[in-house]
Ligand binder design. Structure first.
Ligand SMILES: Nc1ncnc2c1ncn2[C@@H]1O[C@H](COP(=O)(O)OP(=O)(O)OP(=O)(O)O)[C@@H](O)[C@H]1O
Ligand SMILES: Cc1ncc(CO)c(N)n1
Length: 336
């Protein structure tokens, strides 16, 4: 079977935990063929972004054109866009219909605090997005007001949804300056994201993973959504899958020591494969999903945990098979 093509339009992270490198790992892990348009090159490790070298907008257009004619994507995600000229080039491609099933991750600031994008640039692209995935700080920057707990995240998702993207997920994985979880942990009963579906807001709640290794969570989340859209999921199913995938990838890398700052995720489920599939987010906390619309869990037959609310051993990182088995099936149980 020929895998679907999924395109990432993003920046290069030399540390390979975020950006283009993370996206391509997610695509490979989930069984889709990843292509890439590089918008900027960053000199970056687990501590800091030392430098950013923007790619000229004309070169971004060349990359988009090269792919459109030969490897057209079924789904696309955008991450770091850098400057307004690059964003305009990407928006022009979207307007021309070259970026179907577009997931826009409005990257503004890195985990380490470096500025990687500007609000104006993001706003150019949002009208073309099928899904937007701002974190709380990005949602706040776009809306021009603070976005604090789950209620405000829900309201922000709804408000952003009326201005462009059909679906909006405001993610709550960010930490405050001291490294404490502000969008999850005990206070909110887990890591909470707010999904606007066009008609309602659903709160997606998974266990908070206590770890320093959170570099690239947002990139990986949006890449997983795009991959699952390309494999045929409806948006809410793709989002539920991505939430589960990131939770398990965080859990797998929880004690890794790659760099001494914010390390990367376990994109391929290596830890779980080594442990025989014993780790599970369900083992560390309780509910899989809850919120105003009730807990629906990952989608039956297409989600990472096969529709079960107790994902132990059945999610993308939960099985005992080889990591290459991730997501190669669109039928749900990826490793079991
Ligand atoms: N420590 C954690 N435990 C559980 N889930 C987490 C944790 N950190 C992030 N997440 C989840 O990861 C996904 C990505 O959200 P997050 O808010 O971290 O994105 P982001 O801030 O854009 O990431 P990035 O640091 O790459 O910019 C969300 O589903 C969020 O709930
Ligand atoms: C290239 C790049 N894109 C996105 C992020 C956000 O995590 C990052 N740190 N680096």
């Amino acid at each position: 079977m020929t895998p679907p093509v999924v395109l990432t339009v993003a920046g290069s992270d030399s540390g390979a935990g975020a950006g283009i490198q993370a996206d391509l790992k997610v695509f490979a892990a989930l069984g889709v063929y990843g292509t890439s348009v590089i918008t900027a090159v960053t000199a970056q490790n687990t501590h800091q972004v030392r430098a950013v070298f923007p790619v000229a907008a004309a070169m971004v257009t060349e990359q988009l054109t090269a792919l459109a004619g030969d490897l057209p994507p079924v789904a696309v995600k955008t991450g770091m866009l850098g400057d307004a000229a690059v964003a305009a080039a990407v928006a022009a491609a979207a307007r021309a219909g070259l970026l179907p099933n577009l997931v826009v991750d409005p990257v503004l600031v890195s985990t380490s605090g470096a500025r990687l994008g500007v609000v104006d640039a993001i706003e150019r692209l949002l009208p073309y997005a099928l899904v937007a995935t701002p974190n709380r700080a990005e949602a706040a920057a776009i809306l021009g007001r603070p976005v604090a707990g789950p209620d405000e995240m829900a309201e922000a998702a709804r408000q952003l949804g009326t201005g462009g993207p059909r679906y909006v997920v405001v993610t709550g994985g960010d930490v405050d300056d001291s490294g404490l979880a502000t969008g999850g942990g005990e206070a909110f009963g887990g890591a909470v994201d707010a999904l606007w579906t066009g008609t309602e807001v659903r709160l997606l709640r998974r266990p908070w993973v206590p770890t320093r290794n959170t570099h690239g969570t947002g990139c990986s989340f949006s890449a997983a959504i795009a991959a699952r859209l390309a494999l045929g999921d409806q948006v809410p199913d793709a989002v539920a899958f991505a939430k589960e995938y990131v939770t398990r990838a965080l859990l797998g890398a929880r004690t890794w020591s790659l760099g001494s700052g914010h390390g990367p995720l376990d994109h391929f489920g290596w830890s779980d494969a080594a442990a025989g599939g014993s780790s599970s987010p369900g083992a560390t906390d309780s509910p899989s999903e809850s919120g105003p619309t009730g807990g629906s869990g990952p989608p039956s037959g297409s989600g990472p945990s096969g529709g079960s609310d107790s994902p132990s051993g059945s999610g993308p990182l939960g099985g005992s098979g080889p990591p290459s088995g991730f997501g190669s099936s669109s039928t749900g149980r990826l490793l079991s």
